[in-house]
Write a protein that binds this ligand. Structure first.
Ligand code: SAH
Length: 394
């Protein structure tokens, strides 16, 4: 086939397209952010280098936020050059960032294929928490979650997960062992982290590594909708805090709100939580419970919840529902939330109410929606439901 001669303006983009095509055809270079310490050491050994060189590079990247090998002054020029030819250090691309009036900071990060994900930093007096996404969208379709309504596209790579923390840490000038602004990471952004197990575990390893972000184990929290076998697997490989999205105190209601409950009902979930805590003494599980007006916020629900919480070393985090376009749910009234909390506290269940943060920039729990090119038809279904049309199951 003969290509038409391009117009001058198009010639530039044709050249760029040719370069992009060449880059795409070349074997992809590994991205440093895809590896934890062991992985990076192995990569250096493959390159014929000493593994401790990987440690040196990690310090530059994670402690000083340097991504150019040429600036790594304790590495010789020849090795700098070799590494630059062999390894990329590429964080996700920031499309925009925004700060809420309460200091909450949100990043929208561009992925391939028109997708975008979100990360949110929440400053508090004694700590700073980054809420990190694990997937582009989510397939679990929890009824009260806007990410669920967006559908699912793909898992994030380890680099895309670690990269979120790196971008926030660089923005905050965060250095391990100094007065740090970023002290905690919660895997509570878009996606179900246990459905992207390996990449999430690798990224959490960098978060907790002294050569990485240096966070204490218990300050890295994975939140799950309750994938029982994966909770057991997590218990075997990683020592992190576990949060479980419960949201209902009985199977009937939970299955309605969270379809995953049909596969892993409450008792099986609590058993997995008990096994998780048995592996590490003094650990408690945080149970998240979004307060939905007239749905799960009545005293009878509180009493059922109290009974469940007696079975596991636990604390409860009540989350006032954050609204989003098209949802049928409403936030419980403040007095109802406080009364619910009091019933739990009086029964000896440690219960906090999560303060809503960053809602003026849509950065609160369940409001993260990035931009998902949906592969699950979930968005389509959601829109149809919104319009009140019949849902076509085909
Ligand atoms: N998939 C994981 C993590 C993502 S959601 C999980 O289910 O745990 C993080 C937390 O925010 C979960 O507890 C989730 O149920 C809650 N959440 C989701 N939508 C919400 C909303 N609209 N308002 C308040 N909390 C919400």
């Amino acid at each position: 086939m003969t290509a038409a001669v391009p117009a001058p303006a198009a010639r530039v983009s044709a050249a760029a397209a040719a370069r992009a095509a060449a880059a795409a055809a070349a074997p992809a270079r590994p991205n440093l952010f895809d590896h934890d310490r062991n992985g990076l050491r192995a990569l250096f050994v493959q390159l014929g280098e000493q593994p401790w060189r990987a440690d040196q590079v990690m310090k530059w990247v994670y402690h000083r936020h340097v991504t150019d090998f040429a600036q790594m002054s304790d590495i010789g020029k020849a090795l700098q050059h070799k590494l630059a030819q062999s390894i990329d250090i590429v964080p996700p691309n920031t499309i925009f960032e925004k700060q809420a009036s309460d200091g909450t900071h949100k990043w929208l990060l561009g992925m391939d294929g028109g997708n975008a994900i979100e990360a949110v930093f929440i400053p508090e007096t004694s700590r700073g928490t980054l809420c990190v996404s694990s997937q582009v969208g989510c397939a679990l379709a929890c009824q009260f979650c806007s990410t669920g309504a967006q559908g699912f596209n793909r898992n994030l790579s380890a680099a895309e997960i670690t990269g979120q923390v790196w971008i926030a840490a660089r923005h905050l000038g965060n250095v391990p062992h100094h007065q740090r602004k970023l002290t905690n990471v919660v895997m509570m952004g878009m996606g179900e982290p246990l459905l992207n197990f390996d990449n999430v575990v690798t990224a959490m390893s960098v978060m907790r590594d002294d050569l990485g972000f240096g966070l204490a184990n218990k300050r890295v929290t994975l939140s799950t909708a309750g994938l029982v076998p994966m909770i057991d697997r997590l218990g075997e490989v990683a020592d992190v805090s576990l949060a479980v999205s419960l949201h209902a105190p009985n199977d009937e209601l939970r299955s309605e709100l969270m379809p995953i409950n049909r596969k892993y009902p409450i008792q099986a979930l609590l058993d997995a939580c008990v096994r998780y805590t048995q592996r590490r003494p003094r650990t408690t599980i945080t149970f998240e419970y979004t307060m939905l007006k007239g749905v799960n916020d009545q005293p009878a629900h509180a009493r059922q919840l109290i009974k469940l919480m007696r079975k596991v070393p636990s604390k409860v985090n009540l989350i006032p529902f954050n609204s989003f376009h098209g949802t049928q749910f409403e936030r419980s009234d403040e007095t109802v939330i406080r009364a619910f909390q009091k019933l739990l506290l009086d029964a000896g269940v440690l219960t906090m109410v999560r303060r809503t943060r960053g809602d003026d920039i849509d950065a609160a729990c369940g409001q993260l929606k990035g931009q998902v090119v949906d592969r699950t038809r979930r968005q389509q279904e959601f829109r149809r439901r919104l319009e009140g049309g019949a849902v076509d199951a085909a």
